[in-house]
Unconditional design. Structure first.
Length: 365
């Protein structure tokens, strides 16, 4: 009885607003994925897989949320090390999908270590920041934190998965900004980024990655080739108008004009079938979720808890920005999923786990 009493007491301290916001987003995502399934016949199982991942994700959310934040502090180095091991292992033993060697496949299930690496970087970065005694204006802090990020991102680039690598660099840069790193350091890092981008263009980027960037700059240069996806995405968003065509009635998604509708362009499906209202609800709930996470982070009394939640917030924000930016033509398409909406078991499980980590902080604050 005492165990049940403690459990109910812990659950009463949960920030239920976070869960409500996410459940609404997940419900919209599942509805859109079900709509995509309808157009693909009985052979497609996107909805059933995503629903199973949602159930498992909710379990992870509650387990992580019931743990004390001290657990994540003590396991930070282990999680980071495990991320490195998985990223190295997948290069040798992973499955290749569309040119990217980034998945482990076991008994019909797949797992993407790059998603786990996002969790590893968020927890480890919060731990590393907490060890600096607020001396964030030193080059040593910037270089060491950058090195830890580069290790993970470099292994991901070797897959190659540029989108996930950019997310990791975005988390690092965002945390530097939030710690109050001096402006001259930030400007210097931006300069390094541009120089690195030039080197990558000539020596690292694959032809299809270059084509995506060129098409982003001028979608009309290849409307039936590299620019086709973005063109169809913009058409889908515009055709939804105010109220949408209705679930299962989107011409772009149902007639398969929109490639990768369940992942890269799930926002376009929502905008087409649920219209401006549906897209607005998604953006509103994302804003409320990010604001709630930011508020929790600002209330924390210790650096580890604060930057742990802020790291989760940054991860969600960066992925939202990159995915929706790509779907609307404002940013290149990089394959980054839209949190809690896009199809993808690994991504959804890690997102729920990260949310549980934030819940643990909220409960302990």
């Amino acid at each position: 009885m005492k165990i049940l009493s403690n459990l109910f007491s812990s659950l009463r301290n949960f920030d239920w607003l976070i869960l409500v916001l996410v459940l609404v987003l997940v419900s919209i995502g599942l509805s859109s994925i079900y709509s995509i399934d309808l157009s693909r016949g009985e052979g497609s199982g996107f909805f059933s897989t995503q629903f199973l991942a949602t159930v498992l994700g909710l379990c992870l959310f509650f387990v992580a949320g019931l743990l004390h934040v001290a657990f994540f502090r003590s396991s930070a180095k282990l999680v980071y090390l495990l991320s490195l091991i998985l990223l190295v292992a997948v290069l040798f033993f992973g499955s290749t999908v569309k040119g990217t060697t980034g998945w482990f496949r076991v008994a019909g299930f797949s797992f993407q270590p790059a998603e786990f690496a996002k969790l590893g970087l968020v927890i480890f970065s919060a731990w590393w920041i907490s060890k600096q005694a607020r001396r964030f204006d030193r080059w040593q802090f910037i270089l060491t934190s950058g090195f830890f990020t580069l290790l993970l991102a470099g292994l991901i680039i070797l897959q190659p998965d540029l989108g996930s690598a950019l997310v990791l660099f975005g988390i690092w840069f965002g945390l530097l900004f939030l710690t109050g790193t001096k402006k001259r350091f930030i400007v210097f890092l931006i300069g390094i980024f541009f120089i690195t981008s030039l080197v990558g263009w000539f020596f690292l980027f694959k032809p299809y990655q270059k084509e995506r960037l060129l098409t982003f700059a001028d979608p009309a240069r290849d409307p039936l080739g590299a620019g086709y996806n973005v063109t169809q995405s913009i058409i889908a968003i515009g055709s939804g108008q105010f109220f949408g065509r209705g679930l299962g009635f989107g011409s772009q998604s149902q007639l398969h004009f929109l490639p990768e509708a369940q992942t890269d362009f799930i926002f376009s499906v929502i905008a087409e079938e649920l219209g401006f209202i549906g897209a607005f609800v998604v953006l509103l709930f994302y804003f409320l979720l990010l604001w709630r996470l930011f508020s929790i982070g600002k209330k924390c009394n210790d650096d580890f808890s604060a930057y742990l939640v802020l790291g989760v917030m940054l991860l969600f924000f960066i992925q939202i920005l990159i995915n929706i930016g790509g779907a609307t033509g404002f940013l290149p398409v990089t394959g980054v999923t839209l949190p809690f909406l896009s199809y993808g078991g690994s991504s959804l499980l890690i997102n729920f786990l990260l949310l549980g980590v934030a819940e643990s902080v909220a409960r302990s604050t």
